[in-house]
Design a binder for this molecule. Structure first.
Ligand SMILES: C[S@@+](CC[C@H](N)C(=O)[O-])C[C@H]1O[C@@H](n2cnc3c(N)ncnc32)[C@H](O)[C@@H]1O
Ligand SMILES: [Zn+2]
Length: 173
């Protein structure tokens, strides 16, 4: 696999492998376009390295269309999550041509040597403990709007600044 321009896979201080910038990027820059293979949620595959592509809608018979996923096949698959990320991912899905695209944009200036991160915003049901190390870490890789639905086994990991929301939701339960 050819190396992506200005990026390198390294051992990460966050988790496993990560992707670092070899050169500076400016806020707003498109850092990289990712490549991948299209799957449906009904397929039997490992979705660890996948992005969600569509927002499933109901067809005219009331059936929900399948969630489509883009299994990243290049170095972008190693980009870790941070609760205070330096990049964000955008995706596009064109049903007529079955074309999926994804790309990462710098949210702020990024110096050479910095690890790239984006907010995975996982739904509560697939949330995982977070080791991003940011002061703003939620403690769990989870969409910040779903913190009140964090699985019981991870409740103790939720950081104090987000506890109020959790306690409020539990009182209301
Ligand atoms: C797409 S992979 C990222 C590459 C990963 N570091 C590796 O070496 O396989 C996503 C998985 O990496 C782990 N991961 C990514 N960011 C993390 C973080 N901030 N804290 C803990 N684990 C993380 C989680 O297990 C997540 O499901
Ligand atoms: Zn975090």
């Amino acid at each position: 696999m050819p190396a992506l321009d200005g990026l390198k896979v390294v051992k990460s201080s966050i988790h496993g492998y990560g992707l670092v910038a070899l050169r500076p990027f400016q806020a707003g820059d498109i850092i990289v376009y990712g490549d991948g293979v299209l799957y449906s949620e009904d397929d039997d595959f490992d979705d660890t390295y996948s992005l969600l592509l569509n927002f499933p809608e109901e067809d005219e018979d009331g059936n929900l269309e399948p969630q489509l996923l883009f299994d990243l096949t290049d170095q972008t698959r190693w980009i870790n999550h941070s609760c205070e990320p330096n990049a964000e991912v955008d995706t596009s899905w064109e049903p007529k041509t079955s074309t999926a695209r994804c790309w990462w944009i710098a949210l702020r200036d990024i110096a050479a040597g910095e690890e790239l991160t984006y907010d995975y915003a996982f739904s509560a049901e697939v949330s995982e403990p977070c080791a991003c190390g940011s002061d703003k870490c939620r403690g769990v890789i989870i969409d910040e709007h779903e913190i009140d639905q964090v699985p019981a086994r991870y409740r103790h990991l939720v950081r104090p600044r987000y506890r109020k929301r959790l306690d409020k939701a539990r009182r209301g339960a």
